[in-house]
Design a protein around this ligand. Structure first.
Ligand SMILES: [Zn+2]
Length: 379
């Protein structure tokens, strides 16, 4: 979506530029010229001269407006091209193939589509667009959602602007939620860690660590963090303690959405991303063209006729299958992550610890893990 965002920002810049927008609504510009001419006539100026000046002024304004319009047409053209580039080239053909029976004609499907579009706008804080959209769709967008989206949007904006206080306050208000399984969440630690690392005075930083970071000692490398801050950043570059920032916005958004039972990512963006740039629609369309009639109507497919590789951040797993025992994980046999990051089912881990072994060697890499260090994962 980056190209589209860039093209839209360029248009916004154009709108705020005095050179292109000050020519303003044409009517008020003309009114101004006419008012000047009227004044000159009333004060006794030569009518021929006044009219000639008026013609000149209007012609000059017309040129300026045209010049501004050219910039706008260019900008709009770039947005159009960026949108086209984000989708497969033969979108019309794909859409025809899927349109039998017509898409979104069922009331439920149409309502779901409306909802996803309004959610997408709301998540960006574009409430004017939500209002217009809801009116045209003939639906009401719940107030509760608006408050929740607004809160998310304003806290995310603050994080992007470098102000972590609203996010920290949110964590304090939701401390018990963040502390219960499948948590505890490491979000509050990383927020405080970031404030600590941004504090330039060592004394103030140490005081901050004492007040806010020590409580995380049992689960986080607090002491290493504090010690590393005593060294100049060149000495810690490339080590695990260098002061790189964690993706705090993403972490916050994940917790916030979990708290409110919202999808972690915005659905419309995920769908467009996967179908367009992710290439899924293109691959499906190619299969349809190559394999032709044998595949029948795409809308009756139960499975995709071929594998569509997706980027790793777009792979969703609702179940976990142990790579050792090939059994699906259950509450009684949950997935456990070893210290190396590889994941096995509990029973496989227990089998590896038979005979009183203190640690289990990961079947995929040389790392040994003590049973107490293996972490339960939730899918
Ligand atoms: Zn491993």
């Amino acid at each position: 979506m980056n190209d589209i965002d860039q093209a839209l920002s360029a248009l916004e810049a154009l709108a705020s530029e005095p050179g292109t927008s000050a020519s303003g609504p044409i009517q008020s510009l003309l009114d101004k010229h006419f008012a000047t001419a009227r004044e000159q006539l009333q004060s006794g100026s030569d009518p021929t001269q006044v009219i000639q000046d008026l013609i000149k002024a209007v012609a000059k304004s017309k040129k300026e407006v045209e010049k501004g319009l050219k910039g706008w047409y260019n900008g709009l053209g770039i947005v159009g091209k960026a949108v086209e580039k984000a989708f497969p080239p033969n979108l019309a053909g794909i859409s025809d193939a899927y349109n039998d029976p017509p898409l979104f004609s069922e009331p439920d499907a149409a309502a779901a589509l409306d909802r996803v579009i309004l959610d997408s706008l709301g998540r960006r804080g574009l409430w004017e667009a939500v209002d217009v959209g809801a009116e045209e769709m003939g639906v009401t967008y719940e107030n509760r959602d608006r408050g929740v989206s607004d809160e998310l949007y304003s806290i995310l904006n603050a994080i992007e602007a470098g102000d972590l206080q609203p996010a920290i306050s949110w964590c304090e208000e939701n401390a018990s939620f963040l502390a219960t399984p499948p948590h505890p969440s490491s979000l509050p630690y990383y927020l405080h860690r970031s404030v600590f690392l941004r504090t330039t005075s060592s004394m103030a930083a140490l005081e901050y660590a004492r007040t806010y970071l020590m409580v995380y000692m049992p689960t986080q490398p607090v002491l290493q963090l504090i010690t590393s801050s005593l060294y100049p950043s060149a000495a810690t570059a490339g080590t695990p303690y260098n002061h790189d920032d964690y993706p705090l916005s993403k972490m916050f958004q994940a917790e916030f959405c979990r708290r409110h039972g919202m999808a972690k990512e915005e659905l419309l963006e995920v769908a467009v991303d996967l179908g367009g740039k992710g290439g899924a629609l293109g691959v499906i369309e190619k299969a349809r063209r190559v394999m032709g009639e044998r595949l029948g109507n795409v809308r009756t497919w139960q499975d995709l006729p071929l594998e569509v590789p997706l980027p790793s951040n777009r792979r969703y797993h609702s179940v976990f299958v142990c790579p050792v025992s090939k059994e699906q994980a259950t509450e009684a046999n949950p997935p456990k992550m070893l210290t190396c990051g590889h994941v096995l089912a509990q029973e496989s881990l227990t089998r590896m610890l038979k005979g009183g072994r203190r640690t289990a060697k990961c079947p995929y890499c040389p790392v040994e893990t003590a049973p107490s260090a293996a972490q339960r994962l939730y899918f």
